[in-house]
Write a protein that binds this ligand. Structure first.
Ligand SMILES: Nc1ncnc2c1ncn2[C@@H]1O[C@H](COP(=O)(O)OP(=O)(O)O)[C@@H](O)[C@H]1O
Ligand SMILES: [Mg+2]
Length: 294
């Protein structure tokens, strides 16, 4: 039996996360794989020596964390990591996602904020005027690293934009055109191994522009169009993802506009909504790859 490590964050042990780990372990069993949970702290010895004897090496690592340095260290020891360190890194940083997919899929017009240092701050805010003229108001300001909608802001005026920019000094972020027809709704397509296995529509009835469940939104199963499916698979192929949650906004004529890509998409909501078990599909995909079937 092939053995893998499920590498998770040592400090995220709330039920929200441990339930995901349990589901992955169950999926592994169904796929005929054994899966051992390890955290970055459990692996400190291995990582600091940079060496593992062949017989101590797992056949694969399922990396359910965003600690890309740890993922890279495991790859450097010759272990196959799903998703790869590079793919996780690109998805985690929304500016890298944007740059990696430019010209490949439609995305909202985006301006990556000029960098400053926290100790220096934004001593000149005139660039915000230029951005406002290019993108119009309201405008989205989004931190490069964030999740659950908590680091995404909608600003309505130049003054509001400048205030937000000032408060983000030292934090990488970007400006983005607000896709108004999509306000309060988006879709999540779950891709595993070049296939869309399930999708859901997320919508907010609270007036929040963010469609996510954590922002108070609701969800229902969604039947994606051929175009949406093909774009989601293309995104994963381009970024080298074995699996991901690919999110689209709706343009003027409902055309898909990529919002973001989640390399470690939480699959509980998807399961509750559609009954599709992404954890099982992911483990089956890994088993297929290990056996040379995919
Ligand atoms: N450019 C945009 N135009 C309209 N709505 C957006 C835009 N960007 C994000 N949103 C909304 O905000 C939500 C959170 O943004 P997202 O980029 O997915 O960040 P997070 O990683 O926090 O989920 C999205 O699900 C979507 O509903
Ligand atoms: Mg999102």
């Amino acid at each position: 039996m092939k053995t893998g490590w499920l590498v998770v964050n040592h400090f995220l042990q709330t039920n929200k996360f441990t339930d995901l780990y349990d589901r992955l372990k169950k999926g592994a069993k169904q796929a005929g794989l054994s899966l051992l949970v390890k955290t970055g702290c459990d692996l400190l010895n291995e990582i600091s020596s940079g060496f593992l004897k062949e017989q101590e090496k797992p056949d694969f690592v399922l990396f359910w964390d965003k600690d890309v340095r740890l993922a890279k260290a495991l790859e450097n020891m010759g272990i196959r990591v799903y998703n790869s360190a590079k793919a996780i890194e690109i998805c985690d940083d929304k500016s890298l996602t944007h740059q990696s997919l430019a010209g490949v899929v439609p995305m909202p017009k985006t301006v990556i904020a000029p960098m400053t240092y926290e100790s220096v701050g934004y001593t000149d805010l005139s660039f915000v005027e230029t951005v406002g003229e290019a993108l119009g108001y309201p405008m989205i300001i989004k931190e490069c690293f964030g999740s659950f909608g908590a680091q995404v802001y909608l600003v309505h005026t130049l003054e509001e934009a400048k205030e937000k920019v000032k408060s983000l000094a030292g934090t990488p972020f970007l400006f983005q055109k607000f896709i108004a027809p999509s306000s309060g709704r988006d879709i999540r397509l779950q891709v595993v191994g070049e296939k869309v296995i399930a999708a859901m529509l997320r919508y907010s009835e609270t007036g929040d522009f963010r469609a996510g469940i954590t922002s108070g939104g609701s969800m229902k199963p969604y039947e994606p169009t051929k175009e949406q499916r093909e774009l989601a698979v293309l995104v994963c192929k381009t970024l080298g993802l074995d699996f991901a949650g690919v999110d689209f906004l709706f343009g003027e004529n409902d055309e898909p506009i990529l919002c973001e890509v989640n390399s470690n998409a939480h699959f509980k909501n998807l399961y509750d909504c559609t009954g599709v078990d992404a954890a099982a599909a992911i483990m089956e995909h890994i088993a297929d790859k290990l056996e040379g079937r995919a």
